[in-house]
Design a protein around this ligand. Structure first.
Ligand code: MEV
Length: 406
């Protein structure tokens, strides 16, 4: 049986067996996972929790590995669309994806300098000592031969900005970067004679780029549809009003995975849109044809994500989601998320340039209503088709049809 044809309990059983999930993990997925005590430790003035649906995108074959991808989002059709697009890529090998080593930048701003260039030279002369202080803040990164690796500077106006380049390995990194920046500030003040103001990571994580590409066979889509997709893409390249919506669709997928794994989605969004803007705001993806007329899609964006630290260690559903996703590093997670972004864009361009998105959306809705009314197996298709064609997608009508069929 296909994953989407299973009942919720059947899906949970399938995942439990496949990924050896514990009863506690299954319970956490079923009920959202947080209790008020945990919530109270996560944010201030806690009063409760708010739930989002958690679903699984299927059909993803990335760098020769099968993935089931947890996605959490309030918007219908996103998970189905990603799964559908991922299926289209399989005939020609799925996604090829990679990501940079997990280097992040920490910025230290120094003001009140008489001679910023001279101050910069003195900082460079003290580089080893500054890096030593930074690295004293994480024994874990030290053990992994990671941590603060280099230091550079820029002068903006009369300010000196010192930048630490930090290998954060499998963490998103914000905490350790900020800790390191704060730790080195006194020595930087001492050697420059200036005043250190801000000590904070940069969320513009351009040293942490993830890329994915996929080829979709001409036989799968046909020449006309491929040309339509490329023309839809050209619209985004040439018009910012379209580009923002186009990129929003990409972020539907990326942020849904980020939500399921409690990543810092604001950091991901901010970096993605700044990157989309590096040569004037444009598409994060690129679509073209190869010499045989197959469609080729590519995506490239910064992705600062982690498989350890932050809410990941606290939230039981995140732990279960990570088991299901089965990634071994922050690099692999970024590569998977880039593939999901590309799939999401393909699904949107395909739907928009053919039937429009509303039809698929309503069909999906009809399926959900049919299942909610109790339809299983082949009855799902039958009942959802009937309520869709009658233009009466209601629980009452779906139940009535099911009762009559019994
Ligand atoms: C809807 O959430 C996303 C789309 O608008 C994306 C797009 O237009 O490319 C369908």
């Amino acid at each position: 049986m296909k994953f989407y044809e299973m009942s919720v309990e059947e899906r949970l059983k399938f995942l439990r067996d496949k990924y050896s999930l514990t009863d506690e993990e299954i319970d956490a997925i079923r009920n959202g996972g947080l209790d008020i005590d945990k919530a109270n430790h996560m944010v201030e003035n806690a009063i409760g929790m708010i739930s989002f649906p958690l679903g699984i995108a299927t059909n993803f074959f990335i760098n020769g590995k099968e993935y089931l991808i947890p996605m959490s989002i309030e918007e219908p059709s996103v998970i189905a669309a990603a799964s559908k697009a991922a299926k289209l890529t399989r005939r020609l090998g799925g996604f090829k994806s990679n990501s940079d080593e997990p280097y992040m930048i920490g910025q230290i701003q120094i003001i009140n300098l008489k001679d910023p260039l001279d101050a910069a030279k003195r900082v460079l002369d003290t580089k080893d000592a500054i890096l030593d202080i930074a690295n004293s803040k994480s024994q874990t990164l030290k053990r992994l031969n990671a941590g603060a690796k280099d230091l550079s500077y820029k002068i903006i106006d009369s300010m000196l900005i010192v930048e630490l380049l930090i290998d954060v390995r499998d963490a998103m990194g914000a905490n350790i970067i900020n800790t390191m920046c704060e730790a080195v500030a006194p020595l930087i003040e001492e050697v420059t004679g200036g005043k250190v103001l801000l000590r904070i990571l940069s969320n513009y994580s351009t040293s942490r780029i993830a890329r994915a590409e996929a080829k979709i066979s001409k036989d799968e889509l046909g020449e006309e549809v491929i040309d339509n997709i490329i023309n839809a893409y050209r619209f985004a390249i040439l018009d910012k009003y379209r580009a923002v919506t186009h990129n929003k669709g990409i972020m539907n997928g990326i942020i849904a995975v980020a939500n399921a794994l409690m990543q810092d989605s604001r950091a991901i969004e901010a970096a993605a849109h700044a990157y989309a803007c590096r040569n004037g705001y444009s598409s994060l993806t690129d679509w073209s044809k190869d010499e045989d007329g197959n469609l080729i899609g590519k995506i490239e964006l910064p992705l600062a994500v982690g498989t350890i630290g932050g809410a990941i260690n606290i939230h039981p559903v995140v732990k279960a989601s990570l088991k299901i996703l089965n990634v071994n590093s922050s690099k692999e997670l970024a590569a998977v998320m880039a593939s999901v972004g590309l799939a999401q864009n393909l699904a949107a361009l395909l739907a928009l340039s053919t039937t429009g998105i509303q039809k698929g959306h309503m069909k999906m809705h009809a399926r959900n209503i049919a299942m909610l009314a109790g339809a299983r197996g082949s009855l799902i298709d039958l009942v959802s088709k009937m309520i869709y064609e009658e233009n009466n997608i209601t629980l009452a009508r779906a139940k009535e049809i099911l009762a009559n069929l019994k």
